[in-house]
Design a protein around this ligand. Structure first.
Ligand code: ADP
Ligand code: ZN
Ligand code: ZN
Length: 746
């Protein structure tokens, strides 16, 4: 065995960069790439991951330390490589990259969870005889007590674990020990598995016969499994994509290969997870953050040992220890939750494509609204129709230019009233939470802003999740900042001039829900947004109540366009398509098209048909008109052309360097210094913009540098930025200035 382990220490500091050499001793046992070691480091002890093995070291033997111990769980070597790759691609540190692939509960702080064990009891021959008898023990001794006899009877059918015996028959550990001492049963130590919760329990979904379009798509997926192809499965909600994933997963398992299925937030998609568990059984492991760390650790180890071969989970599941990967599915691949918004700011879709390529697995990205990036790069598979034969519902535009009397147009009101009268269901989306996003004084024009951030405060009237239920505490008007934790009471008068005339400009989910509650009474109106869904399970609770109601309206942010399937919805409304459309971002058109199309997918799933209303002041915008005609291909072609002309992704890579500090002078000096440092390292043809001021957040001023790299120059550019950033991080000038690098920001 090579005697030197090269170890990357798990630390948060950017400056400390391994790997460092350690000499392995005989008693360390099996150490290889991926082993997690506790090592001495200066006067500290650190955890570190072995990233390479070597025969010799450049460090003199008398200065080489040896590891203290190897931890119970290690990481497969291919995941070590993946973690380091992510660190490099997204301009992070090796330690943070490796943090992504470690077993749950392990990190810079150490290992907080371990496997749990317990006893499994099995009757001996003597025990079997005693279980059948009247309480006397063959061969003599004291008569058995009632509890002891009950225990033996419970075990007569076969071995049981202590946990099972306790929950099914109330058996105490002491009783087991006593019976074992008398030779009536044997106790064996086994691992105790902490189970993922019931919210994703498998629903027995009937096996279906695939239709011709599904069979054709499945055929291509299976063919590509050998070559590691990358496919885009384009089909509206209900076109049968999930059935293809399931069939492809079964095929992968038949070939002895593993499967990873990525889904957006689990809270919104428990049905998908349930379908996999229902169809494939215990070989499915679920990894997500709502599980206890113990359960996640056990699920991780089931995958690591090969006991489970399929992992379903959100973006972090792309790092699941699945061996011999044959299939990697990204469901709803347009979903923004695939991008991590903290360091390492990786995009699970790009990681998935890399991992699938390295593993020789087929990648299937499924969506009703492909991103231009994927549309341009992946081979398309089309599912042109819904399985149930229902067409897509007609999308009608409601032009809101001209005089208007509130957020809901009279045509929309009429349509909603009709649904309520007929006892149906509707979904209304307004992508803004709270009551009013902007409050200004009518006399002096003063806007109410957050003291810590340069943004207006949002009025929140309600503290309760569900309308149509008793309010807890009643309305309590409050002004909240959506960028920091600032909250203040809604003032009665203008803080500047004392006028009592405060204008409420614009509208959010609370206001719409309230208005519709009055308008549509007694039809219940439910609200779903980040405020309404605080605490785990309440998303599901709100959606469950909407589903269970005979007739109801669901109002919410874009959350209402995701996940859950509601067959009875016959009307879907987008109240303010312009909010998304006029957002200053080159992805605004793409997002608008996706939101309208996703919402359209929520309507008209039953025989009753359905319709979609889109309120907008920009009916001629390409995203809006393409959504009306359900023309994804046309929209994407136009969007790709526009992006190419402007050299936006996917025709370039963007790298954003954000700086922030409470001290403006220090910030400006740092930003200018960093710009110069980066410019020194950049290759010709790479553009850099800024430093541009951004609005202040949490009392910190912000600046941004934006780097636009041509295709093919991504890695070199990221390396250049990293070099400049790391150099700068050690400089005095940067004290108090925080730096964040985002590669391919969303
Ligand atoms: P998607 O993932 O595209 O939304 P699903 O695979 O969930 O579509 O299919 C929608 C519904 O139609 C599900 O209830 C599914 O069980 C059913 N389904 C899918 N394919 C078929 C088929 N070939 N025959 C009958 N029912 C099907
Ligand atoms: Zn005023
Ligand atoms: Zn704030």
């Amino acid at each position: 065995m090579p005697a030197i382990a090269k170890v990357e220490p798990l630390v948060t500091a950017r400056a400390l960069r391994g790997p460092f050499d350690y000499a392995l001793t005989e008693e360390m046992g099996d150490v290889g790439v991926g082993t997690v070691l506790r090592v001495p480091f200066g006067r500290r002890r650190l955890l570190g991951v072995v990233v390479e093995m070597a025969e010799e070291s450049d460090v003199p033997a008398d200065r080489l330390a040896s590891p203290i111990e190897a931890l119970e769980a290690g990481v497969p070597p291919e995941l070590v490589r993946l973690g380091l790759w992510v660190a490099r691609e997204w301009c992070s540190t090796p330690s943070r990259g490796l943090g992504l692939v470690l077993p749950p509960g392990m990190g810079a702080g150490g290992q907080r969870v371990r496997a749990q064990s317990e006893f499994r009891a099995e009757l001996t021959t003597l025990g079997l005889e005693a279980a059948a008898g009247d309480g006397s023990v063959p061969g003599g001794g004291r008569k058995l007590g009632i509890r002891q006899r009950a225990t033996l009877r419970a075990l007569a059918e076969g071995p049981r674990t202590a946990t099972e015996l306790r929950s099914d028959a109330g058996v105490e550990a002491a009783t087991l020990r006593k019976l074992a001492e008398r030779g009536l049963l044997g106790l064996e130590k086994v691992e105790r598995r902490r189970m993922p919760g019931e919210e994703t329990a498998g629903a027995a979904s009937p096996r279906v016969e695939l239709n011709p379009a599904q069979r054709a798509a499945l055929g291509e997926v299976v063919d590509a499994m050998d070559e590691g192809g990358q496919l885009l499965l384009h089909g509206v909600t209900g076109s049968g994509k999930t059935e293809i994933y399931l069939a492809a997963a079964e095929e992968a398992l038949r070939r002895g290969r593993g499967v990873i299925v990525l889904v957006p937030e689990i809270a919104l998609t428990p049905q998908t997870v349930g379908r996999f568990r229902g169809r494939l059984g215990d070989t499915v492991a679920v990894l997500h953050s709502a599980l206890s760390v113990g359960a996640r650790y056990d699920e991780w180890r089931r995958l690591r040992s090969g006991e489970a071969r399929v992992c379903v989970g959100p973006r972090s599941a792309v790092f699941a220890p699945v061996a011999d990967l044959g299939l990697l599915v990204i469901d709803e691949e347009h979903d923004s939750s695939y991008k991590q918004e903290s360091d390492p700011r990786y995009d699970a879709r790009a990681v998935a494509r890399h991992r699938a390529r390295e593993a020789g697995a087929v990648l299937v990205a499924g969506t009703a609204t492909p991103r231009p990036e994927s549309w341009g790069e992946l081979h398309h598979l089309e599912l042109p129709e819904r399985v149930d034969g229902q067409g897509m519902p007609p999308v009608e535009l409601v032009d809101t230019r001209g005089p208007q009397t509130g957020p809901i147009h009279s045509r929309t009101t009429e349509a909603l009233g009709e649904v309520a009268r007929e006892g149906g269901k509707a979904i209304v989306m307004i992508n803004r939470r709270g009551w009013t996003p902007y409050i200004a004084c009518r006399s002096c024009g003063e806007a109410l802003e957050c003291p810590n951030c340069d943004v207006s405060l949002v009025l929140h009237q309600y503290n309760r999740p569900l309308l149509g239920q008793p309010a807890t505490g009643g309305p309590r008007p409050e002004l909240r900042c959506h960028h920091c934790a600032h909250v203040e009471a809604m003032p009665d008068e203008c803080p500047k001039c004392g006028s009592v005339s405060l204008a409420r400009v614009g509208t959010g989910t609370e206001h719409v829900a309230e208005e519709l509650t009055e308008l549509l009474a007694p039809t219940p109106v439910f609200r779903l947004d980040a405020d309404a869904a605080i605490g785990s399970g309440s998303h599901a609770k709100i959606l469950g109540e909407f589903e269970a109601a005979d007739s109801a309206v669901l109002v919410g942010t874009q959350m209402v366009a995701k996940g859950h399937d509601f067959p009875e919805v016959t009307l879907a409304v987008v109240l303010d398509a312009d909010a998304t459309l006029h957002f200053p971002d080159f992805r605004a058109e793409e997002r608008t098209f996706a939101l309208i199309t996703q919402l359209a997918g929520r309507s008209g799933r039953s025989r009753k048909g359905g319709r979609v209303l889109v309120q907008t002041r920009s009916p001629e915008a390409p995203s809006v008109s393409a959504a009306v005609s359900h023309d994804a291909a046309g929209f994407l072609a136009g969007e790709l052309e526009r992006r190419e002309a402007l050299r936006y992704p996917p025709f370039s890579h963007l790298i954003e360097v954000g700086l922030s500090s409470p001290d403006v002078a220090a910030l400006d000096a740092a930003a200018e210094g960093l710009r110069e440092a980066i410019a020194l390292h950049l290759a010709p043809g790479v553009e850099m913009l800024g430093p541009a001021p951004q609005f202040r957040v949490r009392g910190r001023e912000r600046r941004r540098l934006l780097i636009k790299a041509p295709l093919g120059a991504r890695t070199a550019t990221v390396d250049a930025v990293r070099e400049a950033v790391e150099q700068a991080a050690g400089e005095r000038r940067l004290a108090g200035v925080a730096l964040a690098v985002d590669v391919d920001p969303q």
